[in-house]
Design a protein around this ligand. Structure first.
Ligand code: URA
Ligand code: ZN
Length: 384
């Protein structure tokens, strides 16, 4: 007698693409962000991607893994990922003038819909496609809010786009700008998930002048940027006004979980802010979703606990829920970034995140399955 064990899907919510149309835009530029061609001493030419401010050297090598869907599917297969929610990589449209941003947002959203819609069905999960996507909004300095709303409406009509990816600048000065109110409102109403992802880091001067490659901006600058952006958004009351807004934070929310009690204490002791929010600042962690791109099981366990205690900080009162944290955390890879330095079958960056999820001490097997895939299907309303 054999018992059929029904497998649970593995879903990657943090995986990027530079669509061919976007790569072409970057190739046509002469200043960062750009893709440039470099010829080495032996006369071999290679393309390099230069996107971060003050990036060391001439960026990093870039190739088909950044734009070719076959490579994405091959990567998924190699790591037994069944479904990917693909998003455009940074810096999105941030650097473009409003007209160009609007035109490109529309064209890229249509491109991504096609990229997803024509992706293969998933072996063993006939109701699922292997790729879904996060669309882009024309959020640029001086950009008209009407064109952002228009693009939200466009994305709603594209069946394989289930959310939007957003940087931390909004229309130039951050996610706490009142001008974004109609945007949050429209996104909440449309039921789209907002994936909030860093690009700018913090002031590069803080990192000194030693040759540390990309370590400081990626390991520290990125998560600090997210921490600051979300703290500002919470302080602006956005989560009080839009309680059904679903925000997914990159890199497990950066330092937000670690600093949340300090933030709450600073709020409680500040005469300007103390009475502003409906709840203790820690409550809002339970309104957010966190990717599980933290590379370590203790860190994931810690994030899970800070989410699990969020309800205890509700002004209405609530209790600690040990399982709640694992319902709001979702596996991700950050592909095609962090490839192995030496050729290998599987990527260390992916294996580390998978094994971290599988060894969080407080997570049962069903909590692991939730983080590995079931939470994502629920968040994006997919049946399997
Ligand atoms: N580096 C980037 O520029 N973006 C990512 O998403 C990851 C690494
Ligand atoms: Zn990323």
């Amino acid at each position: 007698l054999s018992t059929k064990i029904s497998p649970t899907p593995i879903v990657d919510v943090h995986t990027h693409v530079y669509l061919p149309r976007y790569a072409a835009e970057l190739r046509a530029r002469s200043s960062a962000p750009r893709i440039l061609t470099r010829t080495d001493a032996e006369g071999r030419s290679e393309e390099r991607l230069l996107i971060l401010d003050g990036e060391p050297g001439s960026g990093r090598p870039v190739g088909p893994q950044y734009w070719d869907r076959t490579e994405k599917l091959e990567f998924m297969k190699r790591h037994q990922i069944n479904v990917s929610f693909v998003s455009s990589a940074n810096p999105w449209l941030d650097f473009l003038p409003p007209d160009r941003a609007q035109t490109l947002a529309h064209a890229l959203n249509n491109d991504l819909e096609e990229y997803c819609a024509s992706s293969p069905e998933v072996d063993g999960f006939p109701n699922l496609r292997s790729i879904y996507g996060f669309g882009l909004l024309p959020l640029v300095p001086e950009g008209p809010i009407s064109s952002v709303i228009h693009t939200i409406e466009q994305i709603q009509t594209l069946p394989h786009l289930s959310g939007v990816i957003m940087g931390t600048k909004g229309i130039g000065n951050g996610l706490d700008n009142e001008a974004l109110e109609p945007v949050w409102k429209a996104i909440e109403k449309a039921g789209l998930v907002v994936f909030i992802h860093p690009h700018y880091g913090v002031d590069g001067k803080a990192f000194g002048d030693k040759p540390n490659g990309h370590v400081l901006p990626l390991a520290l600058g990125f998560p600090f940027e997210t921490t600051i952006a979300i703290t500002r958004l919470i302080l602006a009351g956005v989560l009080d006004r839009y309680p059904d807004l679903r925000l997914l934070l990159a890199h497990s929310g950066g330092a937000l979980p670690q600093l949340s009690s300090r933030i709450a204490s600073c709020v409680a002791h500040d005469p300007v802010v103390a009475k502003r929010l409906k709840h203790d600042a820690r409550y809002y962690l339970g309104k957010l979703y966190f990717d599980a791109v933290a590379y370590g099981s203790e860190e994931l366990g810690f994030v899970s606990e800070t989410i699990g205690r969020a309800e205890t900080y509700s002004s209405a009162g609530g209790s600690y829920n040990a399982d709640f944290g694992s319902t709001r955390m979702l596996f991700g890879t950050d592909h095609p970034f962090f490839p192995p330095l030496e050729k290998s079958q599987t990527w260390r960056s992916v294996e580390d995140n998978l094994s971290a999820i599988r060894s969080v001490r407080s997570w049962s097997e069903s909590a692991q399955a939730a983080v590995l895939g079931l939470n994502a299907l629920k968040l994006f309303n997919l049946k399997y």
